[in-house]
Design a protein around this ligand. Structure first.
Ligand code: ATP
Ligand code: MG
Length: 488
């Protein structure tokens, strides 16, 4: 009897224990769900109640509601939303900032979405599993979501002038102090680039009238243009690039000092200058950018040979064609190579130097080598093109000599060169500009697609002189394009 009672009591106890475990689990789930719901409800309420249609002031910021600007959370990339949501859930501020906000207001598709936050790089890294800190001077965090990498920067402030490290021309050497949102807006370049978008409330925080400027299609520098260009002369090039790319006007006061300050570009480190020049040339709006540079007389320090070339009618036509071609390729999402573009920009200089040397009696190939080295040497003194790009440019130039030869095995060997396509495209540009014979371009167009029989018919007969020379000199080296072949 006693045993039975004991067993019954134990069963009751077990059931009680199980019940309390289940009950606890249920309580826990409720708690999680209610937290989640709370979070969702809070977000929802925040969005509903911030659906005001008027701008309001928060501190020195104008807060522009969704109803006015119309940029919705759905227009923000997956990764950028993950980052802002993640940081906000961890108690930090987080906004989409810069070019993306500007582009969305202009109804353009942003290239990428940058995030600004009050979390330090280490704090950001702690929130996300796949995040790494990059850069030594400006420490940023890259957060990876599959193909998308989102760049997160901590609010920074402009260093006050007495503490600022500048060179003798006023160029800022360091601006890496953390700050708040307002200070972060002030250190940015243009008013259109200094807006913060909160995907949770769908509000824009604007400290510098960037919203009105963007709506009016105006690019205006923040603060005193003279001071801001002295701090960072690259802003002059950014002004040209962004106004050309976005099809918006440069504000008069922003444009005015550029002519007198252009020599400041000489003090900018070459790598940074090259970076910005490439951004211009590969912006998809290179024709507009170069025309604008020329109009503002800004191109002198950048591509020192560009001004010479632009003054030769043939050179200008060739460059404009090359740039137009690049813009078209980019608009069709086709790849473009910086080497091809630089080769085009400098071609007429190479051509002039080559012709001069041949007139002085040099043989074509050695004259070409010297001409290339001379032009690249001059270019390097102003804006060094990286060596690997130099090498490809030389291949493209040397190939132009070899494309002239349509006898024997030479065209077949040329077709096998990995860079044949670039060389041929370059030839087409020369034909279109009137510098090379149209027939040559057409010949190569047909030859590359023809069958063997047709190719044999197309070959030009070797001149007797050529044959004789060959017999007398057994080939230790190929006759033309020597280095181009060995380089390839
Ligand atoms: P793009 O569409 O070409 O990327 P962007 O404005 O986003 O244009 P980025 O170079 O990606 O250009 O720069 C991101 C942001 O950083 C800018 O929008 C601007 O706020 C700020 N910024 C970039 N360069 C400078 C500079 N030289 N001086 C001040 N702020 C800058
Ligand atoms: Mg950008």
């Amino acid at each position: 009897m006693v045993v039975k009672e004991k067993r019954a009591a134990r069963r009751v106890f077990h059931w009680g224990e199980r019940f309390s475990a289940v009950y606890n689990l249920r309580l826990y789930c409720d708690l999680v769900a209610s937290n989640f719901k709370d979070c969702m409800i809070k977000k929802f309420l925040k969005r509903v109640f911030t659906k005001a249609s008027k701008t309001r002031a928060v501190g020195n910021a104008q807060v522009i509601p969704y109803k006015l600007h119309g940029v919705s959370r759905e227009q923000i990339s997956f990764g950028a939303l993950k980052v802002t949501d993640g940081l906000q859930a961890a108690g930090f501020q987080a906004y989409v900032v810069g070019g993306a906000v500007r582009d969305l207001l202009l109804e353009r598709t942003p290239k990428d979405f940058d995030i600004a936050t009050d979390a330090t790089p280490e704090e950001v890294r702690r929130v996300f599993r796949r995040a790494r800190i990059i850069g030594r001077r400006f420490r940023l965090v890259h957060v990876m979501f599959g193909e998308e990498t989102v760049e997160v920067s901590t609010f920074r402030r402009m260093v006050e002038s007495e503490d600022a490290q500048t060179d003798e021309h006023g160029r800022l050497l360091r601006d890496n102090e953390f700050g708040d949102q307002e200070q972060d807006a002030a250190r940015r370049d243009f008013t259109a680039n200094a807006m913060f978008y909160d995907p949770t409330t769908q509000e824009i925080f604007d400290y510098h009238n960037g919203y009105a400027d963007t709506r009016n299609h105006l690019l205006r520098i923040i603060g005193d243009p003279l001071v801001r260009y002295r701090e960072d002369p690259v802003r002059m090039l950014r002004a040209v690039r962004l106004s050309a790319k976005l099809g918006i006007k440069l504000d008069a006061a922003t444009a005015a000092p550029i002519a007198e300050l252009k020599s400041l570009l000489d003090n900018v480190p070459q790598a940074r200058l090259l970076d910005e020049v490439l951004k211009m040339l590969l912006s998809g709006h290179s024709v507009k950018c170069v025309q604008q540079l020329h109009r503002m007389n800004l191109h002198h320090g950048l591509l020192p040979l560009l001004d010479v070339i632009m003054e030769q009618p043939m050179g200008e036509k060739f460059i404009m064609l090359a740039l137009k071609n690049t813009d078209e390729r980019l608009s069709q999402d086709k790849p473009v190579s910086p080497a091809f573009l630089f080769a085009a920009l400098l071609w007429h200089e190479v051509l002039a130097a080559w012709n001069l040397r041949q007139k002085n009696g040099d043989r074509p190939v050695s004259a070409m080598h010297e001409a290339m080295d001379e032009v690249l040497g001059k270019q390097r003194a102003q804006l060094a093109i990286p060596h690997r790009v130099d090498a490809v440019m030389k291949e493209i130039w040397l190939m132009q000599l070899r494309l002239d030869q349509r006898t024997g095995q030479r065209p077949f060997r040329l077709l096998e060169q990995p860079r044949f396509r670039a060389g041929y495209d370059f030839l087409l540009l020369r034909c279109a500009s009137g510098e090379a014979d149209q027939a040559l371009g057409l010949w190569w167009g047909e030859f590359q697609d023809a069958n063997l029989e047709r190719r044999a018919e197309m070959l030009q007969p070797e001149s007797t002189g050529e044959k004789k020379r060959r017999r007398r000199k057994p080939r230790k080296k190929p006759e033309t394009g020597v280095t181009s072949e060995s380089a390839e």
